[in-house]
Design a protein around this ligand. Sequence first.
Ligand SMILES: Cc1cc2nc3c(=O)[nH]c(=O)nc-3n(C[C@H](O)[C@H](O)[C@H](O)COP(=O)(O)O)c2cc1C
Length: 180
Amino acid sequence: MLTNKRVLLIISGGIAAYKALELIRLIKKASGSVRCILTKGGAQFITPLSVSALAGEKVFDDLWSLTDEAEMGHIKLARDCDCVVVAPASADIIAKIAGGHASDLASTVLLATDRPVIVAPAMNPFMWTNKATAANIETLKSRGIKVVGPSAGEMACGEEGLGRLAELTDIMEAIGAAAR
Ligand SMILES: Cc1cc2nc3c(=O)[nH]c(=O)nc-3n(C[C@H](O)[C@H](O)[C@H](O)COP(=O)(O)O)c2cc1C
């Protein structure tokens, strides 16, 4: 159960973004609250409207929002939660985290947070095994970021291998442990 626990869910750009909608539902069902950041890439796959309707909160997607940033929104988002979950985590956002980028709302929040961070990668198997991604993942792990998955199987692109988003039950388990 996630009673009184606040999850900040970052949804980045990949086919598996639609599974984040179900993750929102599971977090709420476990009595947690969930606030969402949708990256530019993520918004190509799912709409802010469905994310906010399920989360019951507005969706955050703009680092340069005059209204949100009047209260230093990115710092608030980074701190007003018990854990940060990136699901699905694209190769791009993983590289941004590893490189310490702060070039959009999601990467800025990830750099500014002092909360536990969980990353659930999902991508084409060749992207996953690319040495750049492998090195980035090692960097994340060495900094204490929990990496859940990916799992093996058939991908949306028709290829087989490692790269599917981890089972949502495994991501929920990691959230439960991190937000304790
Ligand atoms: C149809 C399509 C599917 C994609 N699927 C994935 C994916 O599953 N995982 C991934 O890491 N990138 C995927 N990409 C590439 C990312 O969307 C792209 O790198 C994007 O810049 C990531 O945005 P983000 O930084 O907001 O995550 C896909 C691109 C397209 C056009």
